[in-house]
Design a protein around this ligand. Sequence first.
Ligand SMILES: Nc1nc2c(ncn2[C@@H]2O[C@H](COP(=O)(O)OP(=O)(O)OP(=O)(O)O)[C@@H](O)[C@H]2O)c(=O)[nH]1
Length: 433
Amino acid sequence: MSEKKPHLNLVVIGHIDHGKSTLMGRLLYEIGAIDPRLIQQYEEEAKKIGRESFKYAWVLDRLKEERERGITIDLGFYKFETKKYFFTLIDAPGHRDFVKNMITGASQADCAMLVVSAKEGEFEAGISPAGQTREHVFLAKTMGVDQLIVAVNKMDTVNYSKERYEEIKNQLTRLLRMVGYKVDEIHFIPTSAWEGVNVSKRSPEKTPWYNGPPLYEAFDDFKEPPRPIDKPLRIPIQDVYSIRGVGTVPVGRVETGVLRVGDKIIINPPKAVCEVKSIETHHTPIPEAIPGDNIGFNVKGVEKSQIRRGDVVGPVNNPPTVVDEFIGRIFVLYHPTAIAAGYTPVLHIHTATVPVTFEELLQKLDPRTGSVAEEKPQYIKQGDSAVVRFKPRKPVVVEKYSELPQLGRFAIRDSGRTIAAGVVIDIKKAEGY
Ligand SMILES: Nc1nc2c(ncn2[C@@H]2O[C@H](COP(=O)(O)OP(=O)(O)OP(=O)(O)O)[C@@H](O)[C@H]2O)c(=O)[nH]1
């Protein structure tokens, strides 16, 4: 694979069972990113257990399992290449707690593919108020994933009907526009993962009415995101390994700034100061890493037990900000009753997860205009937009969205559901930092 092509992180989103794994598996297979012998082996296994139709989804699941058993520094990602780009597929789908992964996944993604099923009833379930099509689209946008393509999948179940495709496209257009996407720039591609329609090649025999590109070519219409190299270094840690003969190896994606071998860095909240001995990306040593790079790096002066997922790397003279409180502007996606001050669900920000209290409801906003609808409301409900003072119950790195957007967006979850998503508008530093 060429390392010279620009690198994009892609997250695949969509309602359960709409075909995310199958479609990605099919694409990787068609473009030869997966060894055909492996596919054949999986096909035979799938046949044996009578699940032939699952073969492509199965491929991804099996690859994931094998990776998990494999090498030590594994970023846990799958890779493929298009004409223009080098893609890392974040969080290969098929996960149980998909939304949770999606929050951390989307916080590292440059672009997303939304998969919606065209099957009667399935599309409707996904776009309903409790559906994940809606939830994922909201989250992706809030987490800063501004580029999107849409696969209208399972077109084989509706006889490749243009009317069904148009109906879905219209409904999604409305949702995406409301969430803030520039809909004119989005491809809506009619696909069938089963029959391989418009996946790596155009399929005019099935969809003569569709003039756009197949999925694989549409990926090349993504734009390269800006690389904020002049901002201070920030790397949210995804995992920390301790490798015999090497030492402590944190793994993460560079969000802003540049990390160089020899740099003195600080990891917050634990205030661990250390020195960078080496940097690797996709098993290749590199002298420096820039925004967008997924890296593992060996540090001297800190033990694995001192740092963990959710901590953030920064320069010693401009350490990541640990907050006592922060003010966020949120949108309430889902709540069965009403939210009042004192409510303590879980904050997901970059790779961190900590309990957080809604300390004070400052303002309720008009969701369409953003203007203040009510000062100091008693409570807020599903569908409301609001400004809230939050207090994390443990030290955590939070940055202002206006300064470091990559570390200034968050989601709030409770009992496995996403309650709200938002951005940080102000912070109060914690004492001693
Ligand atoms: N008819 C038809 N079925 C499909 C197509 N793509 C996927 N499926 C089937 O839909 C079901 C769900 O597919 P998956 O790929 O597991 O869906 P997913 O979105 O990855 O599911 P989760 O990861 O569990 O959210 C499986 O039974 C697939 O075989 C398609 O293009 N046509």
